[in-house]
Design a protein around this ligand. Structure first.
Ligand SMILES: NC(=O)c1ccc[n+]([C@@H]2O[C@H](COP(=O)([O-])OP(=O)(O)OC[C@H]3O[C@@H](n4cnc5c(N)ncnc54)[C@H](OP(=O)(O)O)[C@@H]3O)[C@@H](O)[C@H]2O)c1
Length: 243
């Protein structure tokens, strides 16, 4: 099924995972909105994807309440309020050091980067989609919220666990609405290159993108889809009929 005429927004679309998701939505024919705090990151994404016509960069901080409101106003002004598919792929690679040495500011920074960012984007944009037939919201998470990989990962693990809670409650609250809310929990390293065939525990961001677009098209709702390695990625792609 083509996504011609559909509008998608990928929060974090200039990042490692998000850029693969942007690529897949563009391949499917959607118009894809990508907010970034840094216009140079949007330019780099446009170059990487070879200047696709459907890519719309928006200079904004989607994790700031005023920035997210500006993005919403832009959708209302330029797209008549149409938003069919939302993905939040926000966070980063910083770990934060041992929790036992962290101050409150450090903990708040972790909660902001790994959890609040998704909340602010979701609160601003999901109301546009509540009653929209076929709409989807996919929350991208990692598995660092399930266990402590290393002492240095403490704050990042706390932030990631907060995101699991946000996902669980959002999936439950919107279970009866038109918009289908799902979480894609990635437990493998994602590389910004294609193809990736070197290890079963590394996958391409474009393969993740194909899966996210297939989930957006499918009837799946209120689920956590887990991808811990390439085998699970292939299984999920089989279930959702990745193109
Ligand atoms: N990379 C992996 O191997 C991997 C594996 C498993 C799961 N994941 C999950 O995938 C998601 C994205 O990770 P990634 O590796 O793609 O990260 P990334 O390359 O660092 O990109 C993260 C994006 O989030 C945005 N962002 C980060 N902090 C922000 C803040 N404080 N305010 C506003 N925007 C902020 C950035 O936007 P700007 O463009 O505005 O800078 C950036 O585009 C995370 O949930 C992560 O847990 C990643």
């Amino acid at each position: 099924m083509t996504l011609d005429g559909r509008v998608a927004l990928v929060a974090g679309g200039a990042g490692t995972v998000g850029s693969g998701i942007v690529h897949a939505f563009l391949q499917a024919g959607a118009t894809v909105l990508v907010p970034s705090r840094d216009p140079a990151r949007i330019d780099a994404l446009r170059d990487e994807l070879e200047g696709p016509a459907g890519l719309v960069g928006i200079e904004a901080d989607i994790a700031d309440v005023a920035g997210a409101a500006a993005v919403r106003e832009r959708i209302e002004r330029d797209h008549g309020g149409q938003l069919d598919h939302l993905v939040t792929s926000l966070g980063g690679a910083w770990q934060g050091g041992p929790l036992r040495e962290l101050d409150l500011a450090g903990l708040r920074a972790a909660l902001h980067d790994f959890c609040e960012t998704h909340f602010v984007a979701m609160r601003a944009l999901l109301p546009l989609m509540t009653e929209r037939a076929g709409a989807s919201y996919t929350i991208i998470t990692g598995v660092s919220g399930e266990r402590l990989f290393d002492q240095a990962w403490g704050p990042a693990s706390v932030g990631a666990a907060c995101l699991f809670g946000l996902s669980m409650v959002t999936r439950a609250e919107y279970a009866e609405d038109e918009v289908r809310v799902n979480e894609l929990r990635i437990g493998t390293r994602v590389l910004r290159q294609w193809p990736v065939e070197s290890s079963p525990y590394e996958v391409s961001n474009r393969d993740i993108g194909r899966l996210v677009v297939s989930m957006a098209r499918a009837r799946v709702r209120s689920e956590v889809i887990r991808v811990g390695d390439r085998t699970e990625l292939n299984a999920a792609c089989g279930r959702f009929e990745c193109g």
